[in-house]
Design a protein around this ligand. Structure first.
Ligand code: 1HN
Length: 359
């Protein structure tokens, strides 16, 4: 007969543990939770607090002193020790002073820039050899593994918002970074990509060399598109919201990030919803508040705030036009078949405000 001295359940659990095995009968709800388990709070960074700190870095931190980029990340306090705004998205503010060049590099992480404060003129990011000019509120793409350098040839500072998917790339343990040396690629004309990817494209010649498009989305065009649809009903959750479309695929802005701009009309109060996507917002103009998981986040021009995954949120605009730019990881969830969205059913679709945010 066998020896059953060790054949108790406690002993089995201990032996599984020692063999680096986990019994599903004990841990199933840890492996697959019933609802998204979200590890971080909503947060907001006031422009009035952020800008003076970035300007202080203007004098102390320079390319000559070896600073690859003069930018400061919006770090969600719940996501430390990682430097991340939501669990997948990191945003930052970046300052480039007159005459400065931020040297070329490329990385697997994809990025966008949104020109928060620009007086226009020759200030640009050169992406894969092509200059993308930055007028105020323009959106520029530096897709995964594209060379990019920044240059300010004007007499004025420029400040923009960076958004990168590096927290997701790091979760996938797929980050690669390469610094540029010398000329990284041949210079291209300013409208190279626009000429090849627009509504009129070369037929049978002039193929597009990059896997992902190098695009500048001028704010004047987006602003006009929002205005043209001002009198539509729009989304009950977001008002008049438009996505910046990838011209090669007609899909999301980048494979990992969808960028949007939205117009909240005077007095507009949207309904609450939540989804398996996380979103970072930048306030282009206006004054209002977003209620996130029962807490009211009052916002004004230049503020940045994050809506975590699965957090109820609704926007309440003030009495002028509210214009929000946002970056969401929704394309990641959609392309993996993991996107889910819910509307709040109770209380006429709006939350009870139980708190007001102060940092
Ligand atoms: C980066 O490459 C830039 O190219 C800005 O301007 C911010 C933050 C983390 C990692 C890479 C840029 C960044 C970044």
């Amino acid at each position: 007969m066998g020896d059953f001295r060790n054949d108790s359940l406690d002993q089995l659990h201990a032996d599984l543990e020692a063999a680096n095995l986990a019994p599903t009968w004990l841990y199933v709800s840890e492996f697959v939770s019933k609802q998204p388990r979200v590890s971080y709070r909503p947060w907001l960074w006031r422009w009035d607090n952020v800008l003076p700190l970035l300007m202080r870095a203007g004098d102390l931190v320079t390319p000559e002193r070896g600073a690859e980029r003069r930018s400061a990340e919006h770090v969600n306090p719940d996501l430390r020790p990682f430097y991340s705004t939501s669990h997948t998205i990191a945003t930052a503010v970046q300052l480039v002073r007159p005459g400065e060049t931020a040297p070329a590099h490329r990385h697997v992480a994809g990025a966008i820039r949104f020109a928060a404060q620009s007086k226009g003129g020759p200030v640009y990011t050169r992406v894969q050899g092509e200059r993308l000019m930055m007028e105020e509120n323009d959106l520029l793409l530096t897709p995964s593994w594209t060379w990019h350098e920044h240059r300010n040839e004007t007499d004025d500072d420029i400040v923009w918002l960076d958004a990168l998917d590096f927290p997701l790339v790091n979760l996938l343990q797929a980050s690669i970074f390469e610094p540029g040396e010398g000329q990284v690629c041949p210079e291209l004309g300013d409208d190279f990509s626009r000429n090849r990817l627009g509504l009129y494209r070369p037929a049978g010649w002039g193929g597009y060399p990059n896997g992902q498009p190098v695009v500048r989305y001028p704010w004047v065009e987006m602003r006009a598109a929002l205005e043209a649809q001002r009198h539509e009903k729009g989304s009950s959750f977001d008002g008049i919201i438009l996505e910046y479309v990838n011209p090669l695929t007609s899909g999301s802005t980048l494979p990992t990030l969808s960028c949007r701009a939205q117009l909240l009309r005077p007095g507009e109060h949207t309904l609450a919803h939540r989804s398996t996507a996380s979103t970072v917002y930048f306030v282009i103009a206006g004054q209002g508040a977003t209620v996130i998981a029962g807490t009211e986040f009052a916002w004004a021009k230049g503020d940045v705030f994050v809506v975590p995954t699965w957090a109820w949120h609704e926007h309440r605009n003030g009495d002028s036009d509210g214009l929000l730019f946002s970056i969401t990881d929704q394309p990641v969830l959609e392309s993996l078949g993991m996107y889910r969205e819910q509307a709040l059913e109770e209380l006429g679709g709006r939350q009870v405000v139980v708190d007001h945010f102060s940092p």
